[in-house]
Ligand binder design. Structure first.
Ligand code: GLY
Length: 349
């Protein structure tokens, strides 16, 4: 099977392989990176039911001894208790510093496996095998790892790059339409922030999965290479996320990440003209609706503002938001929080 290779130069450099039906070759892909080692595999209950036996078969056939740990599917699993249980499991399985962690799942599994790999024995190698569109185009790339704590989502984490990302797009065939659509929000995000050609391609629904995933990953790679530790341009990847995270939080995570980001991107697009930039809100709304996103916002400006104040992106009395200047061209704007409130009032009412 043919596949695309996208190389990332970061504190640890690695390849991202993207193709259809490449998972059976996982042993061949990881051998040059981890050698003969034991593998601590983290997955979730949904992925385990669908593909758990297959991944163990592929790795065992390649000579790997695999210890599998399964967490219930869903964001609630990305917690300190599961992190500690998995770390303890790795220790009980007698993994050593020359062994490796494999994340087999979506963002929850990828973020938690990555953080476990960063912490276990002060750092072991890890491999990302994303199974959702969202994790393929976003969370598996760039080395952000995290868990949630009661005070907020992703508040405990580390930058820790994987040794390989192996993205077999066939795994996305079994995603529910809602979970697939979550990833589409992030795909549309890449078009709006940095690539008008990609944005235009997305007008044809459904898009060609392999080429679109590869393009999104290239865009993210280029951003991460410029700003691995998120002190500048990487902030562009947060387009729609300041408002989206607030909506997720206000809904007690009843609104999924992608659905919230879609709403958040539209709020940002409506705010752009209030900051002197052009208005792409109508055309963005039309594209998001093509993908079936519900763009209504059930929260007031006051509710959103309160939720935004606890965002990681706030620095003292200022907060950064990403606003479109045109399709394919976004800018990070830092606003005093009071000014953000005034603009939110004008957008949301
Ligand atoms: N998900 C945004 C980032 O990786 O920076």
């Amino acid at each position: 099977m043919s596949y695309n290779t996208i190389h990332v130069e970061a504190s640890r450099s690695y390849d991202i392989l993207i193709g259809r039906n490449i998972l059976p070759r996982i042993g061949e892909f990881i051998r040059p990176l981890v050698g003969e080692c034991r593998i601590g595999l983290l997955t979730d209950s949904t992925v385990d039911t669908l593909y758990g036996e297959k991944i163990i078969e592929y790795l065992s056939d390649a000579g790997y001894n695999v210890c599998k740990f399964v967490v219930p599917a869903g964001e609630a699993s990305k917690c300190a208790e599961n992190l500690l249980d998995f770390l303890n499991f790795l220790a009980e399985c007698k993994l050593t510093r020359s062994d490796a962690v494999v994340a087999f799942g979506g963002g929850v599994v990828g973020d938690m496996a990555g953080l476990s790999a960063a912490l276990f024995l002060r750092g072991v190698k890890y491999i990302q095998i994303p199974t959702t569109l969202l994790s393929a185009v976003d969370s598996s790339v760039g080395g952000k790892t995290a868990i949630d704590i009661p005070a907020g989502k992703n508040l405990v984490g580390a930058f820790y790059q994987p040794s390989l990302v192996c993205c077999d797009t066939v795994l996305m065939d079994t995603l529910t339409p809602e979970i697939y659509r979550d990833g589409c929000a992030e795909v549309i995000k890449y078009g709006v922030i940095l690539d008008k050609n990609l944005y235009d391609t997305l007008q044809n629904v459904p898009f060609d999965r392999e080429s679109v995933v590869a393009r999104c990953v290239e865009i993210k790679r280029d951003v991460v290479q410029q700003d691995e530790f998120d002190n500048g341009v990487r902030g562009l990847l947060n387009f729609g996320h300041t408002f989206g995270h607030a909506i997720e939080k206000l809904s007690n995570f009843g609104v999924s990440h992608g659905a919230a980001v879609a709403k958040g991107m539209l709020i940002a697009a409506k705010m752009a003209p209030l900051c002197g930039f052009c208005n792409v809100a109508l055309e963005l709304a039309a594209l998001l609706e093509k993908y079936g996103f519900d763009l209504s916002c059930n929260y007031s400006a006051d509710e959103l503002y309160d939720a935004i104040l606890s965002d990681k992106k706030r620095r003292g009395g200022e907060i950064s938001v990403v606003l479109p200047r045109a399709i394919g061209d976004c800018i990070l704007v830092t606003l005093p929080v009071e000014e953000l409130y005034d603009k939110l009032k004008k957008v949301i009412g």
